[in-house]
Design a protein around this ligand. Structure first.
Ligand SMILES: [Zn+2]
Length: 243
């Protein structure tokens, strides 16, 4: 067997490893977009949550203000009653009401102020989310074109590699081509070829029979590792002629 075919296979594996690098590059180019989209989703969800919170706070505020209004009205009424009281019993009754209503009114005032603070904080958070979402939309619009160009450039490189691989495969006898393609189906980007190193398969470390070692060293035939089924190649080839 002409050892140039084995050298072709090594070259194909090297070229395909470059393909792997370009595929990873494409992923990382696209990751620029997906990471922003992911944050957009998170922030949109958060905005929904904050908007609901704001609605709850606003309705609580309305209730508190209505309650305060009623208590203040009662205080006013008690004070007026105090002014027009004609006996001790009426005076006592109005004073008793005021003793209950006055602290109630001041507690409600505190609650109202606290609710205003909560509403303000919530509105600020929503405004911050809106600023982020606007920025993210602008960034996406800018980088989408950039990413598309980067991806296209990687795809062109991949296409070129595929053509070179195809040409090298076509230059091999059919049995060698099939053996490689079968191994590549199982081990693509995980080194479909194996070398015999100190009598073992350098990928799975299986001890290779002396007879097979001899066949491989002399390039008499294309042998597969009995364990991992990768085509076996003599290490001497890589030392002298592999790129
Ligand atoms: Zn093996």
């Amino acid at each position: 067997m002409n050892k140039k075919y084995l050298i072709n296979l090594i070259e194909i594996q090297n070229l395909d490893n470059q393909t792997c690098v370009h595929l990873k590059n494409i992923d990382s180019h696209r990751e620029r977009i997906t990471s922003i989209e992911q944050k957009q989703i998170e922030q949109t969800d958060l905005k929904q949550l904050k908007t609901k919170q704001l609605q709850t706070f606003n309705s609580s505020l309305s209730k508190l203000e209505a309650e305060l209004f009623m208590v203040e009205k009662q205080i006013k009424k008690s004070k007026a009653n105090l002014e027009v009281a004609t006996n001790q019993q009426q005076l006592d009754a109005s004073n008793k009401e005021l003793q209950v209503m006055t602290p109630k009114a001041s507690a409600l005032e505190t609650d109202v102020l606290e609710m205003y603070d909560k509403i303000e904080l919530c509105q600020d958070e929503i405004a911050q989310i809106d600023t982020f979402l606007d920025g993210a939309a602008t960034t996406l619009a800018t980088i989408t074109f950039e990413v598309e160009q980067d991806v296209k450039a990687e795809q062109l490189e991949i296409k070129e590699l595929e053509q070179r691989i195809e040409a090298l495969l076509e230059g091999c006898p059919k049995d060698i081509k099939i053996a490689f393609l079968q191994a590549n189906e199982q081990y693509r980007f995980k080194n479909p070829l194996a070398f015999i190193n100190e009598g073992t398969c350098n990928r799975c470390h299986y001890l290779i029979d002396k007879n097979i070692q001899n066949q491989v060293e002399k390039h008499f035939s294309l042998e597969l590792c009995p364990n991992c089924a990768r085509p076996l190649i003599a290490l001497s080839i890589t030392r002298t002629e592999a790129p």
